[in-house]
Design a protein around this ligand. Structure first.
Ligand code: ATP
Length: 233
């Protein structure tokens, strides 16, 4: 579905991505793991089109989308749930969700709203309340739900477990598996490497702007070098 080749991206003179290549296969969960400042967020921002690319290509279903605007990518089926959640606090839960479907007609939006509520029942309970009052885990569900409202083919998730208690981390990652079952292809960026690799079909370890390891989620989980450096085992 997605093929990234030799991608480079810089902030001024700092090269944050130094030639990243990876593939995301249709129907799979692909995890990108790595430490602080490794380039995970920069990579996702390049894929959603909000971060300039200085070299390399991104292909989506075989089409070169490297120069596409973020808007055009969303229209093609690429949606991002950004790091730090960024829900609109004063707006109600339902209005936040409806914003995610701004391109859709009312009927489709109501249907999508229903499927998000099925996936995250707590959001139905709180639909009329300001989203600022949600807990961290609930806001994460809202951010994922909002991305789903655009009916993505590929969902980019940036650190969905960040700042959450362990029980909520499990709940969010269970939701990612449910998304996959519902037919959404997921590219998941996580610092929580063992939890992410455990649910991933495929994974990549990124280290100072380069892919250091790649393989199935299970192979990486059992790779001694990965275990020592990233899983604290
Ligand atoms: P984290 O998990 O902490 O978000 P990350 O793996 O997502 O880390 P990035 O945020 O992509 O890493 O950062 C990659 C590199 O780019 C780091 O060296 C970082 O300092 C640098 N960088 C990131 N954002 C900027 C910016 N706005 N200006 C300058 N340098 C930046």
């Amino acid at each position: 579905m997605l093929e990234v080749r030799d991608l480079q991206s810089a902030y001024g003179r700092i090269l944050a991505l130094k030639g990243v290549s990876l593939r995301v296969e249709t129907g799979e969960i692909t995890a990108i793991v790595g430490g602080n400042g490794a380039g995970k967020t920069t990579l996702l921002r390049c894929l959603s089109g909000v971060q300039p690319v200085s070299a390399g290509t991104v292909k989506f279903h075989g089409e070169d989308i490297t120069g596409w605007t973020p808007h055009r990518r969303v229209a093609a089926g690429i949606a991002q749930s950004p790091e730090g959640r960024q829900v609109f606090g004063p707006l109600s839960v339902e209005d936040n969700l409806r914003l995610g479907a701004f391109r859709r007609g009312r009927a489709t939006t109501d249907e999508n709203l229903e499927s998000v509520f099925e996936m995250f029942p707590i959001l139905r309970e709180k639909r009329a309340l300001p989203s600022a009052g949600l807990s961290g885990g609930q806001q994460q569900m809202l951010a994922i739900g909002r991305a789903l409202m655009s009916e993505p083919r590929l969902l980019l998730l940036d650190e969905p477990s960040m700042g959450l208690a362990p029980v909520l981390v499990d709940q969010i990652l269970d939701a990612v598996v449910a998304l996959k079952r519902a037919g959404v292809t997921v590219l998941l960026v996580e610092q929580n490497a063992s939890a992410a690799l455990a649910i991933a079909d495929r994974g990549y370890v990124i280290e100072t702007g380069r892919i250091a390891h790649g393989g199935t989620g299970q192979a990486l989980l059992h790779d001694p070098a990965v275990r020592e450096a990233y899983l604290g085992l």
